[in-house]
Unconditional design. Structure first.
Ligand SMILES: *Cc1c(COP(=O)(O)O)cnc(C)c1O
Length: 442
């Protein structure tokens, strides 16, 4: 730039002080139909559980900014780790080189998950794609032509093609339906407080799984304990355990999509650990970097990795991303793991913080199917109209809550709280109080 004053900088500063009342002419927002939504508000900064807007009161980020912010916004320890790394090594090609942050992270995640090999990618969808591709090619490398992949109804595994294929077929991927590979489906035996038929529901699904597994199967993919986008639908650890047993008895592979549930969200470091199982492949992202930077990893058992060794180039896993093992992402992830190791109570004890509030909220007649795993609390709103994502009752509650200073983003008639670990008791109490009051107005 030839000017001494930087015009870009001036317009950036002017944006900091202007109010948004319109959609930006150059931005295409995610998961949004502009014609039926109000324009987004501008966030200037954030700290802990709070989002700061211009000339408006702070908002409690009760959903961890789409489930990624783990310890809290702008956590100084992670911010410092990234800044330090950025001044030292910001990026290097990962095919011919290693770097210490990646080595350290691989070693630590091996220790934490029990799986030996770590493959880096960029987000949750790619972490799932990589797990699926590894599973498919592992069998292929053995000259085994099995085809079946088993997934669950209402699953969500991301928005790339492979991830869409294993996810529930719905409004979101209907235009691509013909291009998605076929998947065998199992019902999801969701449960909640006071659910009396759960064992029967689970047994039926396990029977169906057993039948499907009579056909040679590449892998079964599951969101352990909680289906996130599918409506914070929770299963019991016992069911997860039963699935693992059947999959391994049938000599197939189990892929745990821990993109949402990983890093303490379900009360243990990983959700699969609450069921005492060992998946063959694990997809991780979201909380991996504490929510600071986009990064995905896929963990694999050593025996799977060994299936790709050999002189024949066809055996190689020919997959990689430009930003593989980005040092800034690795530094953030290592810093986030430091915090989790230092304060395990922050996630292990979170369920007991939700519990009294959710019990109290459950007295509200509009609250049905309350459920809780670790840091994630959810319920359905009692409604007459169509259930599911497109029901507008959640939108009404969201609008009310934002006015009161709480950011919620219900999934249709499903309301949930998934706050960052740093949320204070006062802030958590305010979230529940706001929901309680908000339900009265609906
Ligand atoms: C969010 C999510 C994904 C996709 O992750 P992105 O980073 O958004 O691509 C995959 N699986 C699960 C369980 C998720 O919650």
């Amino acid at each position: 730039m030839t000017n001494q004053t930087n015009p870009e900088m001036n317009s950036f500063n002017s944006l900091l002080n202007s109010k948004t009342t319109q959609w930006h002419p150059n931005i295409w927002p995610p998961f949004t139909q502009i014609t039926s939504s109000s324009p987004p508000e501008r966030v200037i900064s954030a700290k802990g559980a709070l989002l700061f807007r211009d000339n408006a009161p702070p908002l409690i980020d009760a959903i961890s900014s789409w489930w990624v912010t783990l310890h809290g916004h702008a956590n100084p320890y992670i911010a410092d780790a990234i800044a330090k790394q950025a001044k030292n090594l910001e990026q290097v090609i990962f095919a011919d080189f290693l770097h210490p942050q990646a080595e350290l992270l691989a070693k630590r995640l091996h220790g934490a998950t029990g799986l030996e090999r770590l493959f880096f990618s960029d987000n949750g969808s790619t972490a799932v794609e990589v797990a699926l591709k590894i599973a498919c090619q592992w069998w292929h490398n053995q000259g085994d032509s099995r085809q079946q992949i088993i997934a669950f109804e209402n699953a969500y595994h991301g928005d790339t093609f492979g991830a869409m294929a294993v996810g529930e077929r719905n409004l979101f991927n209907a235009p691509f339906e013909d291009m998605l590979f076929p998947v065998s489906r199992l019902p999801w035996p969701a449960t909640w407080w006071g659910d009396e038929n759960i064992e029967e529901k689970e047994d039926l699904v396990i029977d169906q799984l057993e039948k499907l597994l009579e056909k040679p199967t590449i892998a079964v993919i599951i969101e352990p304990l909680v289906q996130g986008a599918g409506g914070m639908a929770m299963i019991r650890p016992q069911f997860l355990k039963a699935v693992e047993q059947k999959v391994h008895q049938a000599n197939s592979l189990l892929i745990a999509d821990e993109v949402l549930t990983g890093f303490g969200r379900c009360g243990k470091l990983f959700a699969f650990q609450r069921a005492g199982i060992q998946p063959d492949l694990i997809s991780l992202s979201k909380g991996l970097t504490g929510g600071f930077l986009p990064m995905g990893v896929t963990m694999a058992k050593e025996k799977i990795f060994q299936g790709f060794m050999g002189d024949d180039p066809n055996l190689t896993f020919w997959h990689g991303h430009s930003f593989t093992a980005n040092p800034l992402g690795c530094a953030a992830a290592n810093a986030s793991l430091d915090l989790l190791e230092k304060n395990p109570n922050d996630y292990e004890k979170f369920e007991s913080r939700h519990l009294p509030y959710l019990k109290d909220l459950n007295k509200n007649p509009k609250v049905v199917k309350p459920r809780l795993h670790g840091t994630i609390a959810a319920f359905n709103i009692e409604i007459d109209g169509p259930k599911g994502y497109l029901n507008s009752i959640g939108k009404a509650l969201k609008k009310y809550a934002i006015k009161k200073g709480v950011f919620l983003r219900p999934l249709g008639d499903v309301v949930y709280l998934l706050p960052p670990l740093c949320i204070t008791d006062q802030e958590l109490e305010k979230c529940y109080r706001t929901i309680h009051e908000g339900l009265k107005t609906l």
